[in-house]
Design a protein around this ligand. Structure first.
Ligand code: CTP
Length: 404
């Protein structure tokens, strides 16, 4: 998505740089639009270097109007974010004053608008500012509330710009489409885990993360709030997700999943988690001293198994989807996992085929639930992801309604 980032003249303008980076990390393109006052706090070059796009500053600069820039931008952005927003820009927006690029862009665009106000506490609570906020809210503009904290002027109170992470999360929420998974929170794991046995070596596997990434992306397209927990991979993480957590080992993935599963409606364990890890990684790089090397490994925690058990114990918990990467007896072994790990769905695949499973774009899976099984034809991982989520939606519909 292309985000127009309007930066106005506040002391927290420097934080907009973090916002731009955060948006880019989620896969968005950012074009910064700075008011003249904002350039007194941060140089346009900073935004230009970060966004790799020209920064729009002066409406009347020669060359800037060849394509009537504010109109071109107005129709190409997917969302206009103003962060930080001063009392001045709020007043201009509320009253339709269009005397610089940003205020003109606001009146010219039909993209959704998100505003992160930042100003002195007394200014923020002034009736004139409140009235402008109300006017904008009534018009459908959304806000990221300023946080409390030390303000540059020494006051403690509301007015400090919301944290960049919060602003980025609010953008993601606004861009999330209406879809069948709207309101659902889903945790998806992807990729391999690396189990270190000395500071430079590890035991890993060939998982690329593609299957999990496809599920995360499809869930986001269907309106879910997605947390992706990814092991080390070189494949680019999809955009549009709420949270992306990078982990390395099975132990780290276990901790990250357990923390987030409590608030999730659905957990999909697409990661190829190592079953064993070196018992005690060497503190120093291991030198070769003999012809053979024996590593002693110990079992890693079974994340999916623990989630299943926790749900049995508590009598409630997220809907659980596991994968079963098999090289023989795919269905029978998958069904065994369904029972043993107390999960709702197992996606079983034959990883011995060259066109399915690890590190390829296609997959051949059989979906197993308590009620039956369904063998899907060979198809792209994106199509497999869509099929899995459609069946997850059916299971959800039969359970309790998704909490909104
Ligand atoms: N899994 C997990 N934690 C582990 C290992 C696996 O959560 N330590 C999850 C995987 O993400 C997958 C499912 O469990 O969703 C099945 O993984 P697999 O390794 O095939 O299952 P195992 O129970 O380890 O079966 P096997 O005995 O065949 O290795």
């Amino acid at each position: 998505m292309l985000i127009g980032l309007g930066v106005t003249g506040g002391i927290s303008a420097y934080k907009a740089v973090e916002v731009a980076r955060g948006l880019q990390k989620r896969g968005h393109e950012v074009t910064a639009i700075m008011t003249a006052a904002a350039t007194r706090f941060v140089g346009p070059v900073t935004f230009e270097a970060i966004t790799r796009r020209p920064v729009v500053v002066d409406q009347f600069a020669p060359g800037a109007n060849a394509d009537i820039e504010h109109i071109a931008l107005a129709s190409s952005i997917d969302l206009l974010l103003v962060a930080p927003a001063t009392a001045n820009i709020l007043a201009k927006m509320a009253h339709g004053i269009a005397d610089d690029v940003l205020s003109t862009l606001y009146t010219a665009t039909r993209a959704p608008v998100l505003v992160a106000p930042a100003m002195n506490t007394h200014m923020f609570s002034h009736p004139a500012v409140r009235a402008n906020l109300d006017t904008l809210a009534a018009r459908g503009v959304k806000f990221v509330e300023p946080g409390e904290g030390y303000l540059a002027c020494g006051w403690i109170g509301k007015g400090r710009l919301a944290e960049p992470d919060e602003i980025v999360a609010a953008v993601e929420r606004m861009l999330r489409p209406e879809g069948p998974l709207c309101g659902a929170r889903i945790v998806v794991t992807a990729g391999p885990t690396y189990e270190d046995f000395d500071p430079v070596r590890y035991i890993g596997n060939r998982s690329s993360g593609r299957m999990g990434f496809a599920i995360a992306a499809e869930a986001a397209r269907r309106g879910a709030a997605v947390t992706l927990i990814a092991g080390p991979t070189t494949v680019a993480v999809p955009g549009g997700l709420d949270e992306v957590i990078h982990v390395r080992s099975a132990q780290e993935m276990h901790r990250a999943v357990m923390e987030r599963a409590a608030n999730a409606d659905i957990v999909v364990m697409a990661a190829a988690v190592a079953d064993y890890t070196p018992i005690e990684p060497a503190a120093q790089k291991m030198a070769k001293t003999s012809d053979t090397l024996t590593l002693v490994l110990t079992r890693t925690p079974d994340i999916l198994g623990d989630l299943g058990e926790a749900r049995v114990t508590a009598g409630r918990g997220p809907l659980l989807v596991g994968f079963a990467a098999e090289t023989s007896d795919v269905v029978a072994r998958g069904r065994d996992k369904l029972r043993r790990k107390h999960v709702d769905m197992i996606v079983a695949n034959d990883v011995s085929r060259s066109d399915a499973g690890f590190d390829v774009a296609t997959n051949l899976v059989t979906i197993l639930t308590a009620e039956g099984q369904e063998a899907l034809p060979l198809q792209s991982k994106d199509a497999v992801a869509a099929n899995i989520l459609t069946r997850v939606e059916h299971l959800m519909a039969r359970q309790a309604p998704v909490a909104h």
